[in-house]
Design a protein around this ligand. Structure first.
Ligand code: NAP
Length: 310
């Protein structure tokens, strides 16, 4: 017999763990599947300064450890597994984990988030949190008065570049073509910003300096003739898009062209199935907003169970 749970939460970022805290405090003993990146995207950032309640910066992994501990203390069960399949065609939903176990869920809260896309070069991995970042809102503050690069030509890259001009000495956008993908209004705004410089038809071939353990510059490669040149900088912000983690829900829940879930707030089209955080939110993408949505999803799940059982 498969185990039957009131609330199953997939994902353990701020959305998932906040949902767990609320569901646990309603005595529903939620089950959280942590997934491949326990703690979510905050675990690959350094200091977090914009999550309310911390007068002094807290390290991203430390914040997520505290959230997890809080969720467990109030009655959440956390399992390390990743989920291999979900069947939303009937309630209770069937959730299969990578250890072969099956759980039946009266309600499901999807908090699988999104992952930043990376360029795919070795030095980028080695220098993450040492000058390489995928979030200007999170890390820009640490580059006050410094020279930084933003990689990408879409709306996110323009938004990140403009944000960084507020605190950085210079911002150079590296784009692989000679026209921006960004919407006209965002592109015009960035192009008119005197603090933003553009390196067109360029790709980042290497980020230096892995030996020193901090970013000192990049090697740029021309996408036209393959020629290379060095460019000094203190930080590299990669803004080439995000990939939502929604593969499990293909053909079961509606998604937009980029694979994000299409929801009505935290409600999906399937009764009893909710979603919170970056898995559908392409606009705010903040830990605190994800946590807020996790809270909303849990409250809706609690009410759904009450309505169905009484
Ligand atoms: P995006 O629109 O997919 O743009 C990604 C950019 O990164 C493109 O310019 C692309 O180059 C470049 N790129 C992709 N892979 C690359 C690689 N491996 N190496 C170098 N460059 C690479 O993604 P986004 O900017 O994150 O935007 C996602 C969605 O959110 C869009 O619909 C956007 O409009 C929306 N958004 C809106 C706002 C706003 O309105 N305020 C803000 C942020 C995002 P190519 O152009 O050559 O393909």
């Amino acid at each position: 017999m498969s185990e039957l749970r009131d609330v199953v939460i997939i994902g353990s970022g701020p959305a998932g763990l906040t949902a767990a805290i609320y569901a646990a405090r309603a005595n529903l003993t939620p089950l959280v599947f942590e997934g491949l990146q326990p703690g979510g995207q905050l675990t690959i950032t350094t200091e977090v300064e914009n999550f309310p309640g911390f007068a002094h910066p807290i390290e991203g992994p430390e914040l997520m450890d505290a959230m997890r501990e809080q969720a467990v203390r109030v009655g959440t069960e956390v399992r390390i597994n990743t989920i291999e399949s979900v069947d939303l065609s009937q309630r209770p939903f069937t959730v299969k984990a990578d250890d072969g176990s099956t759980v039946l869920a009266k309600t499901l809260i999807i908090c699988t988030g999104a992952s930043a896309k990376w360029i795919g070069i070795e030095s980028e991995v080695a220098l993450q949190n040492r000058g390489v970042s995928a979030c200007a809102t999170c890390d820009g503050f640490f580059f006050r008065g410094k020279d930084v690069l933003v990689v990408g030509g879409g709306d996110t890259a323009m938004e990140e570049a403009m944000y960084l001009t507020r605190m950085c000495n210079s911002v150079t956008v590296i784009h692989r073509r000679d026209t921006l993908r960004a919407s006209k209004v965002m592109a015009d705004r960035a192009l008119a910003n005197p603090k933003i410089r553009f390196e067109w038809n360029s790709a980042v071939k290497e980020i230096k300096d892995v030996t020193l353990g901090k970013v000192t510059g990049v090697v740029l490669e021309s996408t036209i003739d393959g020629s290379t040149k060095d460019l000094a900088c203190d930080g590299v912000f990669v803004a080439i898009g995000h990939q939502p983690n929604t593969g499990l829900f293909k053909d079961q829940l509606p998604m937009d062209a980029n694979g994000y879930l299409v929801t009505d707030g935290v409600k999906t089209i399937v009764d009893g199935c909710f979603a919170a955080g970056d898995v559908w939110d392409t606009h705010y993408r903040q830990a605190v907003t994800a946590a807020g949505m996790g809270c909303q999803a849990a409250i809706d799940a609690i009410r759904f169970i009450e309505a169905n059982e009484h």
